[in-house]
Design a protein around this ligand. Structure first.
Ligand code: GDP
Length: 363
């Protein structure tokens, strides 16, 4: 599964967001919700297409695809120096696939701000500096290593040394994230070997007040920073979200309608995490179960089969596919077949978002 770590300074609304996310998970019908550790929760990816497929298939059960969110509290200035539990937090971040960086954009005199004023640019800088310092340490170590091996003429070491000296170290010395660099394919492959923190895809979660979605100068600041470093921004009121998840379905619909919202803002956070990781969804649909599965954009049919079971990938023969649009338009698999919209695809087929697939395989 894929993991998104929630980071940010103390008192910016991380736990409020995390609790709302994991509470929302409990409400998903038939979903085997589980919390792995107190600070980790598996959250279903909201996908209205699954409901539309189920309305046709009428399965015994529905299973959403999921993403794990981890609340990584305690990242403060000095973390990279191992102050307090700092190093542990950095280790936790290293294990994630993406980062959700919560930034306080709401004013509330009852909620103490660690630096006594709401200043998203300064807050972001504190966190990003710690991450950059941690990466700087990794890169310095690597430089020592490849400087030795480069002397022997090892081509990859020479390339790594150049990359470190010319691009990575200067960038990190300015406390800027490595993901903001323009890198070619070879450089990217080298960077991947370093397991850096600042290359992880990042979204800024601008936590605003109920009335802070528009004309909010703090938001403009966050958007400008994100644009510079190839990050995305999700604007949300975590406090409101934590109230929305407490409601039952009818109350929630009414509450959202009153606010002029089509769905909880949490869904945008979950989807942004999904998109950030370049993931998309295919479905398996039978009377026993309609289920959504996650694959990387660009995954082949056998790779997609492997998400269900490695044996499906090993023994892959072919995939029987109906696109989501055809499935809905023709009232399901039989209708799509009758309309000539049912396809047999081989091992080179690249799975498309929303495909409804039956795999044929040897066991
Ligand atoms: P964390 O330390 O980052 O995990 O922050 P918490 O989620 O514990 O939130 C700190 C305090 O801020 C709590 O009292 C929350 O109720 C409050 N808070 C969180 N989000 C909002 C918001 O959008 N608006 C307001 N006014 N308060 C919020």
């Amino acid at each position: 599964g894929f993991k998104c770590g929630i980071v940010g300074l103390p008192n910016v609304g991380k736990s409020t967001l995390f609790n709302a996310l994991t509470r929302a998970g409990i409400d998903a019908e038939n979903f085997p919700f589980c919390t792995i550790e107190p600070n980790a929760g598996v959250v279903p990816i909201p996908d209205p297409r699954q409901d539309n497929i189920s309305a046709i298939v009428k399965p015994e059960k529905e299973i959403a695809t999921t993403m794990e969110f981890v609340d990584i509290a305690g990242l403060v200035a000095g973390a990279s120096k191992g102050e307090g539990l700092g190093n542990q937090f950095l280790a936790n971040i290293r294990e994630t696939d993406a980062i959700a960086h919560v930034v306080r954009c709401f004013e509330d005199e009852n909620v103490i701000h660690v630096a006594n004023q709401i200043d998203p640019a300064a807050d972001i800088e504190v966190i990003n500096t710690e991450l950059a310092l941690a990466d700087l340490e990794s890169c310095d170590k690597q430089l020592l290593k490849v400087t030795r091996t480069a002397k022997g003429g090892d081509k990859e070491s020479i390339a790594m040394k150049a990359l470190l000296e010319n691009k990575l170290l200067p960038q990190l010395n300015e406390a800027k994230p490595v993901r903001a660099l323009e890198l070619d394919e070879n450089e990217q492959a080298l960077v991947d070997q370093l397991f850096l923190l600042t290359v992880k895809p990042t979204m800024y979660i601008a936590n605003v007040d109920e009335d802070g979605f528009e004309d909010n100068p703090h938001l403009d600041v966050v958007r400008a920073i994100a644009a510079e470093e190839k990050a995305v921004v999700v604007v949300i009121c975590n406090k409101l979200e934590s109230e929305i998840v407490e409601l039952d379905d009818d109350e929630r619909a009414e509450f959202l309608a009153d606010l002029g919202m089509e769905e909880p803002g949490l869904n945008r956070v979950i989807r942004a995490g999904y998109e950030l990781l370049n993931l998309h969804t295919y479905f398996t649909a039978g009377v026993r179960e309609v289920r959504a599965w996650t694959v990387r954009v660009g995954a082949s049919a056998p790779e997609a089969a492997g998400v269900i079971h490695t044996d499906f990938q090993k023994g892959f023969i072919r995939a029987e596919i109906v696109s989501y649009a055809d499935f809905i338009e023709h009232g399901g698999e039989q209708g799509a077949k009758d309309a000539g919209r049912w396809r047999l695809e081989g091992k080179d087929y690249v799975v498309q978002d929303g495909d409804i697939i039956h795999f044929r395989f040897n066991v």
